[in-house]
Design a protein around this ligand. Structure first.
Ligand code: GUN
Ligand code: FE
Length: 426
């Protein structure tokens, strides 16, 4: 059973895009791991609960990283002077080859899990490598660190170095099945498997077909990459001429929403037809601005996606992205949206801070369920942030302090408490 308690402090959340609600010196109640809402004072019916006084600190929902690559954290912040396809071959794949070595995987994933635990992220959707055993080690470490996650053993049976190319669709699918069965046997409570075709260039039709079958059989969610880079999109056009657009090459195998809860990273170059299919099928977009800048992919039209009502959250995409921090993802999303407005589309208003915060909490959280808000009935994922190390010569409002904390990346040192599912992780 999860703990029941109340936190007292400056409670901030975004129940709707752009609607930032702040209750200064307010109360947020957690009952058996479920949020019961935000109040001015402890309601009579919760009078028996312990009240944890967080003083003048900020209390906000935990952040949801909708797309990241655990093995790539080892080179985070290096190897950035490439575009996607060169970057994969010169930087990402050489590192991923190392995860055939169990000792290396344990060491590298231990660092990744510890960093996630220390920061603001309470939930994440994660790529491992094509190695089933190393990916299970990653899941063990994620389960121990307390951050909730969906983790995928990556599938790739073409266009990769020999060490990362599975010998045929049969073998890749068998490995994915073994990986899923092992996850189920381990009885994780906050860690689950997700079906992971790396992207269309990495997967033959035969493998996609089998992954579609596995997804249906185990009723699992799906993650992949979509319309990230112009050369990649053109390559997919050559590889899958029968597909009407990039996303259709997943949809043909039941790997693009509909019955399957699916998140696609990037969507920088999605055509109107692709966006419509994502809307029709309820596919989530993981907007990854840091990665899109670093490997020069472009700028995803996040404002347009918000207006259309697409499901959307933010991803760090470590290590195309150069920071594991979701605080940084929030400000990056705002900044790239300003450049999009300035240089590309004067009708696409820049994202505001409350809109980007919504994406990083409730927007991405919806992929997991009722997550990312302090509304009654939501899962209690929260962080408590101390910004006292940043002095100000005049009093700041809680709203200013919250925005400042994100732009000044106070998640590096300021997270004093963290709860996932009502369980205290820090
Ligand atoms: N597309 C296929 N693999 C990758 C990856 O590892 N990172 C990014 N950013 N895009 C990809
Ligand atoms: Fe990625």
């Amino acid at each position: 059973m999860n703990a029941s308690f109340a936190l007292k402090g400056n409670v901030c959340h975004t129940p709707a895009p752009g609607r930032l609600e702040i209750r200064e010196r307010g109360i947020v109640v957690c009952e058996d791991g479920v949020c019961r809402g935000v109040f001015d004072a402890v309601p009579e019916r919760f009078a028996h609960l312990e009240v944890v006084d967080c003083g003048d600190r900020l209390i906000l929902p935990g952040l949801v990283d909708l797309h990241t690559h655990a093995p790539q954290y080892a080179f985070c912040g290096t190897g950035m002077d490439y575009e996607l396809m060169d970057w994969l071959y010169k930087v990402a794949f050489p590192e991923e080859i190392r995860y055939a070595d169990a000792a290396y995987a344990e060491k590298a994933y231990g660092i990744f899990a510890q960093k996630l635990k220390e920061g603001a992220t309470t939930r994440a959707v994660i790529f491992g490598t094509m190695h089933a055993d190393a990916t299970l080690t990653l899941m063990d470490l994620m389960e121990q660190c307390g951050v909730a996650s969906l983790v995928g053993k990556v599938n790739m049976d073409r266009y990769a170095p020999a060490e990362l190319t599975e010998p045929g669709a049969e073998q890749a699918a068998a490995d994915t099945r073994r990986f899923i069965e092992s996850c189920l046997k381990r009885g994780y409570v906050r860690t689950g498997p997700i079906v992971t075709p790396r992207f269309v260039p990495s997967c033959t039709d035969a493998l996609m077909e089998k992954l579609g079958e596995i997804r249906r059989e185990y009723d699992l969610p799906v993650q992949s990459h979509l319309s990230e880079n112009p050369d990649e999109v053109a390559f997919v056009g050559e590889l899958a001429p029968e597909a009407a657009f990039y996303g259709d090459a997943y949809d043909r195998f039941g790997l693009f929403g509909g019955d399957s809860r699916t998140v696609m990273a990037h969507c920088v170059y999605s055509t109107p037809e692709e966006v419509q299919r994502m809307l029709d099928n309820g596919v989530w977009v993981a907007h990854c601005p840091s990665s899109n800048m670093n490997i020069a992919s472009g700028i995803a039209p996040a404002r347009r996606y918000l207006e259309k009502g697409l499901h959307m959250g933010l991803g760090t995409d470590v290590s195309g992205g150069s920071s594991i921090s979701m605080f940084r993802a929030v400000t990056d999303a705002i900044q790239v949206s300003k450049m999009y407005w300035r240089y590309i589309d004067r009708d696409a208003k820049p994202l505001t801070f409350p809109e980007a915060l919504y994406l990083a909490t409730k927007g991405g959280g919806s992929f997991f369920g009722s997550i990312g808000s302090f509304e009654d009935g939501f899962v209690f994922d929260a962080i408590v942030l101390d910004d006292a190390a940043e002095p100000s010569p005049r009093p700041l409002s809680a709203a200013d302090r919250l925005e400042r904390a994100f732009y000044r990346e106070l998640d590096r040192t300021g997270i004093t408490m963290k709860f996932v599912d009502g369980i205290k992780v820090i």
